[in-house]
Design a protein around this ligand. Structure first.
Ligand SMILES: NC(=O)c1ccc[n+]([C@@H]2O[C@H](COP(=O)([O-])OP(=O)(O)OC[C@H]3O[C@@H](n4cnc5c(N)ncnc54)[C@H](O)[C@@H]3O)[C@@H](O)[C@H]2O)c1
Ligand SMILES: [Zn+2]
Length: 379
């Protein structure tokens, strides 16, 4: 990775960073940063570097970080700055939330995923007992400062991982937001976009606004915020299965897969409520009358546009995963262990009737989940 040196001066040139640092002018400032920046690090603030991978998002690393904060004699009035992707904001945020019952922290996200998602909303935590983000708390940062210059050095897979979360957010907003984001993705893939491009920046800020609006309405995830879990029930199961197979995949890649499967599930669960008389059945994204399989269902007109669009994007940019029906039992068990579930054995989903219309607290039968996985792995 080549990048200019990260200096205090460079950071302070970002107006929002300077504003926050002025507010904390008399406070102690410490930094938690991704180890990938260490070679070009030239910041005077005491800095704790973390290896940004899921294997290090653990209690052991957290203990080292807590010890380091104690050794630095960090007081309750200090400011902690996280500089890195989602792993850093999750861990630094968790340390800030727990150390001395909580100190202030600011996020400076350096990956797309952290810019549009992880660094906003105050969810922090670590993996535990083989489960992702099993331990954590919600504590809001005092600021999250976006500077897309960080993205210039981001590998393609990390960019696409973040873009999956961005597309998810757009799906929660409107068809127009989705279409605009897809157009930007297509331009990027043709090599026409620099990371500092205006259109990309606008898309990133639009996604941030949508997420912030949702989080603001429901910071503790009692209801509305659950919308943001679209794609994450099946996505988390795939992410964990990847870790257990010794072949971890990026969070956003798992979310993209999960989103396609859950958009399919949305079709068989949400709309069938409107045409139960016909007992419609879905085949390749279209609904048919179960009695006359050559006749398209007309009672509950289905909006399959987003399912088809996301399926195409999955194939073109993310690639299919290598799972077969032999793996479904394991994946469903992982979903049953998901912390989002409200009752034991009942798997909780956020589904989407159409762009901008998400339905939280939905459940699905094993059979429906298997059908959705069949769709996903055989697109
Ligand atoms: N708290 C939340 O709401 C929330 C939401 C989504 C995801 N997450 C968590 O976020 C994590 C994933 O975050 P991520 O995708 O940002 O991953 P990450 O932090 O692991 O970063 C991805 C990779 O990019 C490298 N990197 C970071 N910035 C770079 C830069 N500017 N240039 C080049 N390389 C850079 C990192 O070293 C790492 O190898 C997961 O642990 C996930 O659980 C949390
Ligand atoms: Zn996510």
């Amino acid at each position: 990775m080549t990048m200019d040196p990260v200096t205090e001066q460079w950071l302070r040139q970002i107006p929002e960073v300077e504003k926050v640092l002025q507010r904390y002018a008399d406070a102690q400032v410490v930094v938690v940063a991704d180890r990938c920046f260490q070679p070009q690090w030239d910041v005077a603030y005491p800095t704790f570097f973390i290896e940004a991978d899921e294997q290090h998002k653990t209690l052991t690393t957290m203990e080292q970080l807590w010890s380091w904060l104690s050794e630095q004699h960090v007081t309750r009035h200090a400011l902690l700055i996280n500089i890195g992707g989602g792993i850093i904001s999750d861990m630094g945020g968790f340390a800030a939330a727990t150390y001395r019952r909580g100190i202030d922290y600011m996020n400076i996200p350096t990956t797309l995923l952290a810019m549009v998602d992880a660094a906003h909303g105050g969810k922090t935590g670590i993996n535990f007992g083989g489960m992702k983000n099993q331990i954590g708390v919600i504590r809001q940062p005092v600021a999250t400062v976006i500077d897309t210059r960080w993205l210039e050095t981001l590998p393609t897979r990390a960019f696409l991982s973040g873009y999956a979360e961005l597309l998810k957010t757009m799906l929660l907003d409107s068809r127009e937001s989705v279409m605009q984001a897809v157009a930007v993705l297509e331009e990027w893939s043709e090599g026409k976009l620099r990371m500092t491009n205006d259109e990309l920046q606008r898309t990133i800020h639009r996604a941030i606004d949508i997420k912030e609006r949702i989080v603001h309405a429901d910071p503790d995830e009692k209801g509305l915020r659950k919308q943001l879990n679209l794609g994450h029930t099946i996505g988390h199961a795939l992410e964990e299965a990847g870790i257990q197979r010794g072949m971890p995949i990026e969070h956003g890649y798992a979310v993209m897969q999960g989103m396609v499967a859950e958009l399919y599930l949305s079709q068989i669960i949400l709309r069938t409520k409107e045409c139960t008389k016909d007992k419609c059945t879905m085949y390749k994204g279209q609904m048919y009358d179960v009695q006359r399989t050559n006749v398209r269902c007309t009672k509950g007109t289905r909006d399959t546009e987003m399912l088809r669009l996301m399926s195409r994007i999955l194939i073109e940019y993310y690639g299919k995963m290598n799972y077969s029906c032999k793996d479904y039992g394991k994946l469903i068990t992982l979903m049953q262990d998901d912390k989002k579930n409200l009752a034991p054995g009942e798997i909780n989903f956020t589904l989407l009737l159409h762009a901008g219309d998400a339905r939280i607290n939905q459940t699905a039968t094993d059979e429906q989940i298997r059908e959705a996985l069949d769709y996903l792995f055989n697109i």
